[in-house]
Design a protein around this ligand. Structure first.
Ligand code: GLY
Length: 576
């Protein structure tokens, strides 16, 4: 088994005297006077290695993040990739704010709210999950090029070189990839293109066997040669559109040539003396985290790890996820009432209905908002996805969460491109696929509209505490937010906690609907469970552990970094 990888080092291989350039990473007053050491945490040792090589070649954290992201697209092909998208959160050492580069996929211009319904208005089973119709317009190629051009210091070709080598020379399958391909074997076998790569000889490759992706190597080389224009225009773009259209998808040349990344102000707020900087819309992560942590400050403090703390976490998540479902979507299409949703007054009122002795049933919360504006649509996104955290020796930081949505995305490769297509369209709220009992129409802030970004949960995060800065994130769909909530609480409330303890801590999750408390299997004591059950929680142990948190901690006093990988990510058994 090859472990997931986190590496920190003293910068012996770091650049010698190279200047850092770009609006975010240009050293400002007081920046990088005392160089910090480097750290990279990612889900795969070969991706981390790619990033370290770029740091050694003189790159900064943005350069390294691009290299790691591109390498992950090759060695973790089920989780993220050139056919997907993601969010990069970047911050220079001297900056408090940072920037979010939004490389989220967009709906094709011909997309519409009924595209996954049959003639009678019933949902077409799995149509938003499998095949070309499920694929949104990829954002990662533009994201990589943008981050490299605006915030990096090295040419894109140099940053993609390790990924191109991994794709053309191949890399050895580890036990995790073997387990995941085995899990997905039936689905992969339905598409000749994806099966040819990941089921060579018609079966999952065994541990140690090499997977080569020459077509993907060529695609990466085109992106490298032309600042991603080689992806969105020209022969490759035509081939992508041809392949998607011939498999029933809706893409046009104009969808690809019109794709643009968006720079956004991250969501930023304080929690008990620390500052959280995280994803803003179209990720719901920042709003849900800010709401949950602000509500917790209005409630009595609970002992870390206690059932009382778990109860409070479930109750604030229940309320925040209700608001998420009712109000959040792509801000270019829908103006969420953020002033209200994030105001202390509103959140104090929401927290006021939390009781310590028993749950508030989600149904009761639904009744409270009956007749008010907002469409109550439960989140649907499931979790695959990946995360990387990078700190360079100047102290510049990047947290990036990237995805093709569910395991192996849409389950198809686009023509001769070697690209696994995303199924991000499934992150939109779907009409007709929701329980009639709720009276839902599928309208709302996150309904399908041409050119729109589906609401995400991906939440790359920077947490500044008196001890130092924590650069972190995780895959996990809607559970991303509860994982980051628990991590933030642990870091703030357990002064001596180590980065490894943060990523390993037991997990629980509530998301308003279904009204149940999901818990990691086998990690909570019978007394703890009984205490929560006595409050009315419907507890459901998950079939598998979830998440794959990657974290780099920068110690404020020493400047030293510590990287930590989620132990759950080392095998194929975790549910991402
Ligand atoms: N597709 C997972 C997410 O965007 O959160």
């Amino acid at each position: 088994m090859i472990p997931a990888d986190g590496v920190t080092r003293r910068g012996a291989l770091g650049r010698l005297g190279a200047l850092v350039a770009g609006p975010v990473f240009a050293p400002g007053a007081g920046a990088a006077a005392a160089p910090t050491r480097e750290g990279i945490a990612s889900a795969h040792p070969l991706a981390t290695e790619a990033g370290l090589r770029i740091l050694a070649e003189g790159g900064n954290a943005a350069d390294a993040a691009v290299a790691v992201a591109a390498a992950l697209a090759v060695v973790e092909p089920f989780a993220s990739g050139i056919g997907g998208g993601g969010f990069f959160l970047l911050r220079r050492a001297s900056d408090v704010r940072g920037v979010m580069v939004d490389a989220r996929e967009t709906a094709p211009q011909r997309a519409h709210t009924r595209m996954y319904l049959d003639g009678d208005g019933f949902p077409l089973p799995r149509a938003s999950l499998d095949g070309a119709l499920a694929a949104a317009i990829p954002g990662l190629p533009a994201g990589l090029a943008h981050v490299a051009r605006v915030y990096g210091t090295l040419p894109l070709g140099q940053l993609l070189a390790p990924a191109i080598r991994l794709a053309s020379d191949g890399f050895p399958v580890d036990s995790r990839l073997n387990a995941i391909i085995t899990l997905a074997e039936r689905r992969l076998s339905r598409d000749a293109g994806i099966a040819a790569i990941f089921l060579p000889d018609g079966r999952p490759p065994v541990v140690g066997e090499r997977i080569r992706q020459p077509a993907l190597a060529e695609t990466l080389a085109r992106i490298a040669a032309d600042d991603a224009r080689g992806f969105y225009r020209g022969a490759l773009a035509s081939e992508l559109v041809r392949a998607v259209r011939s498999s029933g998808g809706l893409w046009t040349d104009a969808d690809l040539s019109g794709y643009q990344v968006v720079e956004r102000v991250p969501q930023s707020f304080r929690y008990r003396g620390s500052r959280v900087t995280t994803a803003s819309l179209p990720s719901a992560g920042g709003v849900v985290l800010a709401q949950s942590l602000t509500m917790l400050q209005a409630l009595p403090p609970a002992t870390p790890g206690s059932p009382e703390e778990a109860h409070l976490v479930a109750e604030v998540l229940r309320r925040a996820f209700q608001d998420r479902a009712r109000h959040l979507g792509d801000p270019a299409f829908h103006a969420a009432p953020l002033d209200m949703l994030l105001s202390r007054d509103y959140l104090r009122k929401r927290a006021a209905s939390v009781r310590m002795d028993r749950i508030t049933a989600s149904e009761a919360l639904t009744r409270e908002v009956a007749g008010l504006p907002g469409s109550d649509v439960a989140p649907r996104e499931s979790g695959n996805t990946t995360h990387l955290s990078v700190v360079d020796r100047e102290g510049n930081q990047v947290a990036a969460t990237l995805t093709i949505n569910t395991l192996f995305g849409a389950g198809i490769v686009a023509g001769s491109s070697g690209i696994v297509l995303n199924n991000e369209m499934d992150d939109f709220a779907m009409p007709g696929s929701l329980p009639n009992a709720y009276g839902l129409t599928g309208g709302g802030a996150n309904r399908i509209e041409p050119g729109k970004r589906p609401l995400s949960s991906m939440s790359p995060t920077l947490l500044d505490t008196p001890r130092g800065t924590w650069v972190l994130g995780t895959p996990g769909g809607s559970r991303i937010m509860s994982m980051l909530l628990l991590a933030t609480m642990d870091i703030v409330h357990r002064p001596g906690i180590t980065p490894q303890e943060v990523v390993a801590r037991p997990r629980l999750h509530h998301q308003y609907r279904p009204d149940r408390l999901d818990i990691e299997p086998g990690v909570f004591s019978p007394d703890w469970l009984a205490s929560l059950e006595s409050r009315g929680h419907r507890i459901q142990p998950a079939a598998r552990p979830w998440g794959n948190m990657q974290l780099v901690f920068v110690d404020r006093s020493s400047g030293q970094t510590l990287a930590a990988n989620d132990p759950r990510g080392r095998t194929g058994i975790a549910w991402f």
